[in-house]
Design a protein around this ligand. Structure first.
Ligand code: C5P
Length: 212
């Protein structure tokens, strides 16, 4: 069983996906980490973020342990990940990794949960259940700002909001795998919902989609 959870940044999909995977004892892949890991390596190597071929090579050779780096959520990596995610060659180079994970979940688990932007539309259009998790820009920016502020008390809300708008726009307007709900996805707007309510709604949808 494959569960695809897509949506824009800070909509709550990571929290939900992790919880669903733990509850069902499924394997979990945060696909954003793949783009972040490629971006972090590119920054280490001082590569141009327009070097599509070089970045695609990095993506194709990505080792799973690169996803464990502790610096993948710093703002410079977030910005670089968003930029390289618009490159079709980079996206293509990461397809196999994600499909292998979905189709043969590590640890012999009975299913997988993948979260991202294009899991239900491009990576696993054959997923058993597709959820699209969203929230207003203001709510998402506030959540991201509160998260950042725990690590960096000087984080500024307006900057977080503007970064989010730019990243949303890149995700939504790129030619290859733009962010959008799959035609058969169930959309949950989490703006006014607690994480517990979102989890409960998601489980009901997943149970209804379960085969047999
Ligand atoms: O989800 P997260 O913010 O960690 O993802 C980092 C970046 O990777 C995003 O800005 C997005 O552009 C990109 N991404 C993507 N497709 C995915 C997951 C993430 O384009 N499936």
């Amino acid at each position: 069983m494959i569960i695809a959870i897509d949506g824009p940044a800070a909509a709550g999909k990571g929290t939900l996906a992790r919880r669903v995977a733990a509850h069902l004892d499924f394997a979990y892949l945060d696909s954003g980490l793949l783009y972040r890991a490629v971006a972090a390596l590119a920054l280490d190597l001082a590569m141009s973020l327009d070097d599509s071929d070089g970045l695609a090579k990095l993506a194709g050779d990505l080792a799973p342990q690169e996803l464990e780096r502790s610096d993948l959520r710093v703002p410079t990596v977030s910005e670089a990940a968003s930029r390289i995610a618009a490159l079709p060659a980079v996206r293509l180079a990461l397809v196999d990794f994600q499909r292998r994970f979905a189709d043969s979940p590590p640890g012999g688990k009975a299913g997988s949960v993948l979260d991202g932007r294009d899991i239900g539309t491009v990576i696993c259009p054959y997923a058993t259940c597709k959820l699209y998790i969203t929230a207003t820009r203001e709510v998402r920016a506030k959540r991201r700002w509160l998260e950042l502020r725990e690590r960096d008390p000087s984080a500024i809300y307006d900057r977080v909001f503007n970064d989010l708008v730019i990243r949303d726009q890149r995700d939504e307007t790129r030619k290859d795998a733009p962010l959008k709900p799959a035609a058969d996805a169930v959309i949950i707007d989490t703006s006014d919902l607690t994480t517990d309510v979102v989890f409960k709604q998601a489980l009901e949808i997943i149970e209804a989609a379960r085969p047999g």
